[in-house]
Design a protein around this ligand. Structure first.
Ligand code: ZN
Length: 557
């Protein structure tokens, strides 16, 4: 079998074709042909998903292509219709008087997911959902309009981002100054958009019978095995165990550099000699990665060889290509695709190993029963990606050069630890915001400031007036566009760091547990998946204790 990306196709659905197919499925169910209905529906959803993935990917590969743009807009407009039909069939299957027969076909976990899905959508909120995506688009467009002149260049926000770790302190400061001037200039609009989003989401929750948006947001994320109280306990663990460690690490860096104070614009420069860079350009990295996976595990090695040979990687930056990095998949074939924009910094390695982790999981779990089990919920999915970032540590010399490998590992570990307090702060902020939907914009800024002092007491904004007054959260697009998603990265990181500890003591066992976890795909809820890999659930006491102990030992040396 040799799969090729350019041979993957899927027919373009229409509202009419979706309606006809759904009617066929419902008719099969009416006539008692449950097994055939479930199987046919799965085939239909896979075809629609492959088509949608292709359309979105082709647009990202060339945003200047008018045809690709029109196709993407068509797909986005069709998506709510497809969701409507899906929900109708889920409802019908959940209402089946012989539930055990349905459960035998799709599994108990999938039924729980569907039960969650159907409570997040009702025609009564259809217009609100449309308004929500319009407000999100307004935020995205506003941030995309940012333009900065620095270093003889004109850059957008993502072009400015690498300056946060520029070796020259003056340059880092200038970049942050420019960045926050943009947010200050647009502060009123940013507050207005968020205020509208919060009130809109609160209204949707009331219409669906919730007291506020928090439980609805949890159901939208398909969180079936933990709640807000569990997440609050996890944040406390981060505050208790990780915050003091990060404070110590930052103080050590301040002393190392001989600075009087460690300012906000110093935080991203982790290595005093400059953050390590990749060993070569795109072609070098792609080739060295093959050696790396060959050394690690035959399953990773074969998979990566297939991805390269089949053209399932698009990692080079080029004009017209959309920014960022992601992994998508074509469920008709069970094969993933990795999209990235290499820019010559260590982020190339981070993005590559991260997206490879997602892709490998997608491939390993391709034979799971039904499309709902191909991917797990987000917090579990990020274990595969962040896990591989750590499991590739021993081979890092191939990607950054042996002389820089230790420095890379150290930078990655410190960066990961420092991310945890920020990540839980973003989450805590949203819980307070949606619990108090009537708060004024000024009160929201005050909430952020108070939480920032709890989780990042070291933060010193110097002369950056806007974040100093509580405005930092407005640069985090997840707060606007993907409410309550951010904690997922920190939950997954807690698990990925546990894989790191394991791999330091028994690399083979850690890798085997990782591959087995990938193969489970989305066949179980988050905590079951975590425990199956021999990891401690982030909600259990002590989940971070060993990670912190090991980190302290490694970083002290
Ligand atoms: Zn990811």
């Amino acid at each position: 079998m040799s799969l090729r990306f350019d041979e993957i196709t899927a027919p373009k659905p229409t509202a009419e074709s979706l309606a006809a197919e759904s009617a066929t499925i419902l008719a099969l169910l009416d006539s008692g042909e449950r097994a055939k209905a479930v199987a046919d529906w799965d085939t239909m959803r896979r075809a629609t998903d492959t088509w949608s993935a292709l359309v979105h990917l082709r647009f990202a590969q060339d945003t200047t292509n008018a045809e690709a743009k029109a196709a993407r807009e068509y797909a986005d407009a069709l998506a709510p219709t497809a969701t409507g039909f899906e929900v109708a069939i889920k409802r019908r299957l959940l209402d089946d008087p012989d539930r055990s027969a349905v459960e035998a076909l799709v599994g108990a976990h999938v039924l729980r997911l569907w039960e969650t899905d159907i409570t997040t959508f009702d025609p009564v909120i259809a217009a609100d959902l449309e308004e929500e995506s319009k407000l999100s688009a307004r935020y995205t467009a506003l941030l995309a309009s940012a333009s900065f002149e620095i270093d003889g260049q004109v850059l957008n926000l993502s072009g400015l981002a690498p300056y946060a770790e520029h070796a020259d302190r003056e340059m880092r400061h200038r970049a942050e100054k420019l960045r926050w001037e943009f947010f200050a200039a647009n502060g009123e609009e940013l507050d207005a958009i968020y205020d509208a989003l919060v009130k809109l989401r609160h209204g949707m929750a009331l219409k669906l019978g919730d007291a506020n948006f928090i439980p609805l947001a949890y159901r939208r994320m398909r969180r079936v095995d933990y709640d807000a109280a569990d997440v609050a306990r996890y944040r406390d663990q981060v505050a208790q165990h990780v915050v003091p460690l990060v404070a110590k690490l930052l103080e050590a860096r301040r002393a190392e550099h001989g600075w009087d104070k460690l300012r906000y614009w110093d935080e991203a420069l982790i290595d005093p000699a400059g953050n390590p860079k990749p060993n070569g350009d795109h072609d070098t990295l792609v080739a060295e990665a093959q050696v790396m996976f060959d050394r690690m595990d035959p399953r990773l090695s074969d998979f990566y060889r297939m991805m390269r040979a089949g053209g399932f990687l698009d990692l080079k930056n080029r004009p017209g290509k959309a920014g960022g990095g992601f992994c998508t998949s074509f469920p008709t074939e069970g094969v993933p695709f990795i999209f990235a924009n290499f820019n010559g910094t260590h982020h190339d390695i981070g993005v590559f190993t991260h997206e490879m982790g997602h892709a490998f999981q997608c491939w390993e779990s391709r034979d799971q029963n039904g499309i709902d089990q191909l991917w797990p919920t987000m917090e579990a999915a990020e274990i595969h990606s962040m896990g591989l970032e750590f499991l590739t540590h021993p081979q890092m010399g191939l990607l950054v050069g042996e002389d820089q490998a230790d420095r890379f590992r150290r930078m990655h570990l410190i960066g990961s630890l420092a991310f945890l307090p920020y990540g839980v702060c973003v989450d805590h902020f949203q819980h307070e915001v949606y619990a108090n939907p009537e708060a004024t914009p000024a009160e929201r800024h005050a909430i952020w400031q108070r939480l920032e002092r709890r989780y990042m007491p070291w933060t010193d904004y110097g002369d950056l007036a806007y974040p100093a007054k509580g405005g930092r959260w407005q640069s985090k697009q997840h707060i606007y566009n993907s409410p309550f998603y951010y904690i997922d990265y920190t939950l997954a990181l807690c698990c990925a760091l546990q894989f790191w500890v394991k791999s330091r003591h028994d690399p083979k066992a850690a890798l085997d547990a990782y591959v087995a976890l990938c193969a489970l795909g989305g066949s179980a809820p988050f905590q079951d998946l975590v425990r199956s890999a021999g990891l401690v659930s982030p909600f259990a006491e002590g989940a971070l204790a060993e990670v912190v102990r090991e980190s302290e030992a490694v970083l002290a040396g």
